[in-house]
Design a protein around this ligand. Sequence first.
Ligand code: FAD
Length: 477
Amino acid sequence: MPENSDRKCAIVIGGGITGLAACYRLQQEAAQRNIPLDVTLLEATGRVGGVIQTEHRDGFLIEHGPDAFISTKPAAKALCEELGIADQFIGTNPKVRRSFVVRKGTLHPVPEGFYMMAPGALKPFLKTPLFSWRGKLRMALDLFIPRRERDIDEAVAHFVRRRLGTEAFTRMAQPMIGGIYTSDAENLSLKATFPRFLEMEKTHGSIIKALRAQKKQAAETSRDTSGPRYSLFLSFKSGMQTLIDTLVDILSDSIRLNTRVEHIQQDVDGTRWRVALSTGETLNSELLCIALPAVQTSALIRQVSNPLATKLNEIPYASSATVNLAFRRTDITHPLDGMGFVVPATESLSLIGCSFSSVKFENRAPEEHILLRAFVGEPTSKNAEADLIQLCQADLMPLLGIENAPLFATVNKHTQAMAQYQVGHQDVVDDIERLTRELQGIALAGNGYHGIGIPDCIRSAETAAISLLDTLCEAAR
Ligand SMILES: Cc1cc2nc3c(=O)[nH]c(=O)nc-3n(C[C@H](O)[C@H](O)[C@H](O)COP(=O)(O)OP(=O)(O)OC[C@H]3O[C@@H](n4cnc5c(N)ncnc54)[C@H](O)[C@@H]3O)c2cc1C
């Protein structure tokens, strides 16, 4: 940047993890490049964090949204290390690293080595009552079915049925994937959600062979003692809010709460953005980062680019609710010797899954107490909180042998929060990115594009921040 340049402004819309990470990266990177930049983050509600929210109540630590992030995607872990909060990481309980799946009203452990849709270890797979012998034989055919050569986007359901059969899909892949995406795997794009399985088919010609090769490699890597070793899923001693609070401490001067962006416009010469707020003010900026779910971005951008708004609307969003329930340990007869369970759609329950939160992570409940976190997919607006608690209790009582009502229960509805990456998603995102590039000084980030998890959101925020600063530098040349 030329030394005599004026101060520039950047606005970030949305104060979830995406907006916070974008704001932080804009400030850090601008300082590093010696760019005088004022960054303002606008958040519609009275708190930042978006779906990430931790509550402390009566000695319980309650996560209303996400309860962890995956450590194998580096962006979240790296940001936490940079922020100096990696010493507060906690991993999942090493004593109970297994989960259950419901079959005919009973919890069965997911066989050891089983990953999403396919077995990675023979003995536990042969012993599990989760699949019939016919189903197991069909899954073993994966070893012989030739790889598909054509590179077409395929629905997750179709891929699993093609390689491993119907039982592998209905009894395991559907509930596992449904639990992550709150979605119908019949339409979910494999390329956009689990490209790893496509890669496995491509390189090994079989998912089972690929899992076995991975297992061998993991055993070799575990002998490598260089660098810190992390659990696959990470949270913080004081919950996911730690990440939000740390960013707020750093960014507090830049954050404006209770400030909804009503609409945006670009100046005729395309060099500045005008951002109209619920307070009646209009802010101007050279750079704009919209860090919202795609469906909300669509509404804001319609006046600027109708084709872009229409494309953004092609990414559907699903709603869900988390219901946290606190119990005395003696009220639950199940040993809770796992991290939780998922529920296949064929079981016709209200729940799609449940975490045994205080077993999965330490210090989530007072001694002799248990915290459960149930997930309900697509709750309707008519489902009052009390109804949702009732539905969860009705499902949980027989599954876990619960005899009494919870000490308390809390409900958090996440309306249209979970992007659904349908078949063709990558093409939609390519179009969105092409149409966004036609506009100047704007970047989109969030869970609608290249992954829904926290590390994906952080990576998209950082990419957006860097690309905005690159445009500023290019314009100054
Ligand atoms: C129930 C649930 C559980 C999840 N579990 C996990 C998990 O365990 N691990 C994981 O990695 N991921 C998980 N995810 C996914 C991940 O948490 C989200 O994708 C991510 O947190 C989304 O962050 P965001 O900032 O993009 O959006 P949001 O969190 O939705 O934040 C958007 C923010 O923008 C604000 N806003 C909206 N409109 C405007 C406007 N016009 N003007 C100003 N502000 C506005 C909103 O108030 C909100 O604060 C989960 C998601 C949900 C819903």
